[in-house]
Design a protein around this ligand. Structure first.
Ligand code: T1G
Length: 691
């Protein structure tokens, strides 16, 4: 059955795409569209053509899953040229989203009509690309380069209303967009007017170009090494050439980007982020419980941030503390954070007022009685958690979800403190909770499927990226982070210095390295955790024994003069590290940045392999999504498991064997999965642990 339907209404050919779920422009759709346009032009009774679609999207763009495969005719640019060259006017009837190639189809039409809720955009830059089917040449000709460039640079869609203001749409109609498109098509046929964007010269005035060049200059300064920005600037500049030459420039740039490793990684992340929403064993038949009111236990940094997530999503939330003073501090901290957003212009005073009004402070757990979900964010100590959950079991209403924000404690043990383990789950937010996208949903044995579905659906409503993980120390992210932390400590003792270790990760694409991060978060956090678990880390412990907790004490691994945010190398710390190396009988040596990177990341990948072997994560892509959304792993590197595949699992396994031998530490030896996969000529890609 064709994915493109062809009917005639009032002598207008209505060409309707129906390619669920989002009408991506796969080969069959392109072929159907080409045939329909040809058929309409060959039919003397047809006066004009409308392109419409079924489902939730007009057209979501090219079919990203086709990239990297041999292209099938007709190529999208050729199809769009055929639409534009049609002797009979073609009008796009837009509902839902017209994105990427979808908007490029509309741009090749002779008219465009949309519903008010429609959104139009060119998001290719988010995939490490630029528009590749005439978008960089047609959009500036239609609305001006100064408006088109920011749309393509941000990749963010604009509303139908703004598109109308820009001249990107001819009309916005409240209903029946196809009928409106038919009317416009008939009018264009009658008038013979065929405004064609490829020749439109109205918008590209000298003043427009000057405005664009100013924007381009600023964008190039902030490009941060990504090739998409210079490519986009070059493509838009090519609008000064005749259309065909400009399109040739765009095509060349597009093809170079589509072959770039960074775009391949971003396309992996696109699909991994959608896969992660599919929780093994929980299909769409499992309905989430309704959440109309929440409660958060603990008004500290995490509890306050979590309460803000609910308020920001419009969900009333009771913020509970054990004493009024702590509660007041928590509320004041939240108000101060909102004040900063208002001062930055990212939040209106009215919205600030509304959100604060949704946060109801209260003392005592009894205030949680009316909540549909309670998120506990109290002190990270099992005794405290068991006491709270025991009381919540008596207070909370039947069917309420009881979630703990614990970052590494055993969720089944917490659940056992209640008589309703089926309702107890982990919801591990990342600090600052109102900012970081990652939410680890910890799924202990015995929790109800609909409780898991509720936590995932709620996470998405809160604007998070929920990843369902199994119960186990540190779950996924922190468990792998601990391996990197240990590796960083080993590097200091073996001969590297803090700024060298940090530079290796920053040059790789992280925002900060481990030691700058520790100084920012506070070195005493790790210190307390190690002491609670009876673990030692010679350098990290010595730093804390000296009271050098980081930025909050003016010094940690680095010195922060006058409260500076960027640390300076500290001779005392470097001498302390050298002394510890000597005490351990280690002859210090220099490390290349490549060696530092391998020694930091290989053990993380190894732990990720173990996590997969234990079924704590369902897919390698889930681990990638955890690290990109929770720890600022650069998305254009695809995530730790994607990176490992790009390096080669056999290479990583060999390096781990060498490290294990050098350190005399069997824990560093490659996990069985890390040797089995390369032996079967496989990588992590496509692996599933739930199959
Ligand atoms: N190609 C292939 N599959 C796609 C797709 C696409 N463009 N967009 C979505 N899907 C799949 C997705 O993987 C998921 O599959 C299902 O559709 C629902 O997606 C030449 C080169 C449209 C706003 O970047 O932003 O055009 O998991 O969960 O939340 O210049 O999808 O169900 O099997 O996201 O309702 C440019 C990408 C492409 C838009 C809908 N276009 N898509 O959001 O559903 S490059 C994009 C989205 C291009 C041209 C260039 C969103 C959405 P499954 P979903 P949603």
């Amino acid at each position: 059955m064709s994915l493109v339907a062809y009917t005639i209404q009032h002598a207008v050919a209505v060409v309707a795409i129906d390619n669920p779920p989002v009408n991506a422009l796969g080969a069959a759709v392109r072929q159907g569209l080409a045939a329909a346009v040809a058929q309409a032009n060959g039919d003397a009774t047809v006066t004009a053509i409308v392109i419409a679609s079924a489902g939730k999207a007009f057209i979501a763009g090219a079919d990203i899953s086709e990239f990297g495969k041999p292209p099938a005719a007709p190529l999208l640019p050729d199809l769009l040229d055929a639409i534009e060259a049609s002797a009979k006017p073609v009008v796009a009837a837009i509902h839902g989203v017209a994105l990427g190639g979808g908007l490029e189809v509309a741009l090749a039409c002779h008219g465009r009509v949309a519903l008010p809720a429609a959104k139009l955009g060119l998001p290719e830059v988010k995939l490490g690309l630029i528009p590749g089917a005439g978008g960089t040449q047609r959009l500036p000709r239609l609305i001006g380069a100064a408006k088109a460039f920011p749309m393509m640079l941000s990749g963010e869609p604009i509303s139908a209303g703004l598109a109308l203001d820009y001249g990107l749409l001819d009309e916005v109609v409240s209903s029946d967009v196809v009928a409106a498109a038919i009317r416009l098509a008939e009018a264009l046929a009658a008038e013979g007017r065929r405004p064609v964007t490829s020749t439109a010269t109205v918008a590209l005035t000298e003043a427009d170009r000057e405005s664009f060049e100013a924007l381009a200059k600023d964008a190039l300064k902030k490009a941060d090494g990504m090739p998409t920005v210079p490519a986009l600037v070059e493509a838009v500049r090519a609008t000064a050439l005749p259309f065909k030459e400009g399109v040739a420039v765009e095509r060349k740039l597009f093809l170079s980007l589509i072959a770039d490793e960074r775009s391949k990684a971003l396309r992996h992340v696109f699909f991994a982020e959608r896969e992660v929403a599919k929780v093994p064993g929980i299909g769409s038949e499992v309905k989430p419980r309704e959440i109309t009111a929440a409660a958060v236990i603990g008004a500290g940094t995490m509890g306050g941030g979590i309460a803000m997530c609910f308020a920001n999503a419009g969900i009333p939330v009771t913020l509970i503390e054990t004493a009024q003073a702590a509660l007041d501090n928590g509320i004041n901290r939240i108000a101060a954070i909102y004040d900063i957003s208002v001062s930055r212009g990212s939040l209106t005073p009215e919205a600030r007022k509304q959100r604060l009004a949704l946060i109801k402070p209260a003392v005592g757990l009894a205030a949680a009685a009316g909540a549909d979900i309670v998120v506990e964010a109290a002190f990270e100590e099992m005794g405290v958690k068991k006491q709270i959950f025991g009381e919540l079991d008596r207070v909370a209403k039947p069917g309420a979800i009881l979630a703990s924000n614990t970052s590494y404690l055993d969720v089944p043990t917490i659940a056992a403190a209640t008589g309703r383990p089926q309702d107890v789950i982990g919801m591990h937010f990342f600090s600052p909770a109102n900012v970081m996208k990652l939410l680890e949903v910890v799924r202990p044995q015995g929790v109800a499927d609909d409780a898991v579905a509720t936590a995932v659906a709620l996470g998405r409503k809160l604007g998070k990226v929920p990843v369902v993980v199994g119960n186990g120390f540190g779950f996924v992210g922190n468990r792998m982070l601990e391996q990197r932390t240990r590796a960083a400590e080993r590097l200091l003792i073996a001969g590297a210095l803090p700024h060298e270790v940090d530079a290796a990760l920053v040059d790789f694409g992280f925002k900060m390295g481990p030691f700058a991060m520790a100084d920012l978060a506070g070195n005493d956090i790790g210190w307390r955790s190690r002491r609670a678990r009876g673990l030692k880390a010679a350098v990290a412990d010595a730093i804390c024994d000296a009271g050098w907790f980081g930025q909050k004490t003016g010094r940690g691994y680095y010195i922060y003069p006058q409260g500076a945010r960027t640390g300076q190398r500290c001779p005392e710390v470097e001498a302390l590290i050298a002394r510890i190396s000597a005490e351990q009988g280690v002859t210090r040596r220099a490390f290349t940045q490549a060696e530092i990177l391998a020694r930091l990341l290989d053990p993380m990948v190894n732990e990720g392999a173990r996590i997969l072997e234990e079924g704590i994560a369902a897919r390698p892509g889930d681990i990638d999504i955890v690290w990109i959304n929770g720890y600022n792993w650069p998305a254009w590197r695809g995530g730790p498991m994607y990176w490992a595949d790009s390096v080669g699992l056999d290479v990583i396994a060999k390096r781990l064997e060498a490290q294990a031998a050098e350190a005399g530490d069997k824990a560093l030896e490659p996990a069985p999965l890390l040797t089995r996969l390369p032996a079967e000529s496989k990588g992590f890609a496509g692996l599933r642990t739930d199959s």
